[in-house]
Design a protein around this ligand. Structure first.
Ligand code: ADP
Length: 204
């Protein structure tokens, strides 16, 4: 976890309480963190879920791996250190959105358990709902889908350190939700994700 570098900085408390914000947003908000291999279906599920939530009037925002790497995190690569910093920054952004009462859909491979646990701790320490959703799929199916041709490139040695090929994916052990996209349809996954965020109070 990054250390505080600046000195002489002080937290400036606002006047709006969490209860007041909830009343204003008409929901609690929180983060659902989709993790899994490339092509497991994280972005597909998150974009579909975002549409459903938006249509029912729930403030929602989606943060997606490649999109964030084209903006906020454009100065980061895929070394273990950069991956950790990538997830740390995104975790902080999710925490801010969640604190703002927005249902935040984060889809990131986030292969390392320590990085995911750090994002969870950020939320839990702030009293914000956090759902880790493991989007599970066998590597063979992900590789067969290969919508961006990345597995093909990784197998050809054109991409180094690709998760599942020559970089590890550490399987979540305590995920609140596991979606098996090799067996279940997109609709089923979206329905189950929606049920999970409802049960855990993000919409209430
Ligand atoms: P990720 O964000 O995990 O890298 P994507 O969502 O970009 O994955 O790609 C997943 C691919 O798998 C898409 O082409 C999608 O259409 C396909 N797919 C097939 N079955 C499913 C399913 N049940 N759930 C989600 N995606 C699926």
């Amino acid at each position: 976890m990054a250390e505080q570098v600046a000195t002489n900085v002080h937290w400036h408390e606002g006047f709006v309480t969490r209860e007041e914000r909830k009343a204003c947003m008409k929901q609690t908000g929180g983060t659902i963190w989709f993790t899994g291999l490339s092509a497991s279906g994280k972005s597909t599920i998150a974009t579909a879920l975002e549409q459903v939530l938006c249509a029912q009037g729930s403030p929602v925002y989606r943060l997606d791996g490649d999109n964030i790497r084209m903006g906020l995190n454009k100065n980061l690569g895929f070394s273990a250190e950069d991956r950790a910093e990538n997830i740390r920054r995104i975790g902080e952004v999710c925490k801010l959105f969640s604190d703002g009462g927005v249902v935040t859909l984060a889809s990131f491979i986030s292969p390392y358990k320590a990085d995911r646990d750090a994002v969870r701790a950020l939320h839990e320490d702030a009293g914000l709902p956090f759902i880790e959703c493991y989007v599970e799929v066998p590597l063979e199916i992900a590789e067969d889908r290969d919508p961006k041709g990345l597995y093909k490139k990784a197998r050809a040695g054109e991409i180094k350190g690709f998760t599942g090929i020559d970089d590890p994916y550490e399987t979540p052990e305590n995920a609140e939700l596991v979606l098996h996209t090799g067996d279940e349809s997109l609709e089923e996954s979206v329905t189950r994700a929606l049920a999970s965020i409802t049960e855990r109070g993000l919409l209430s």
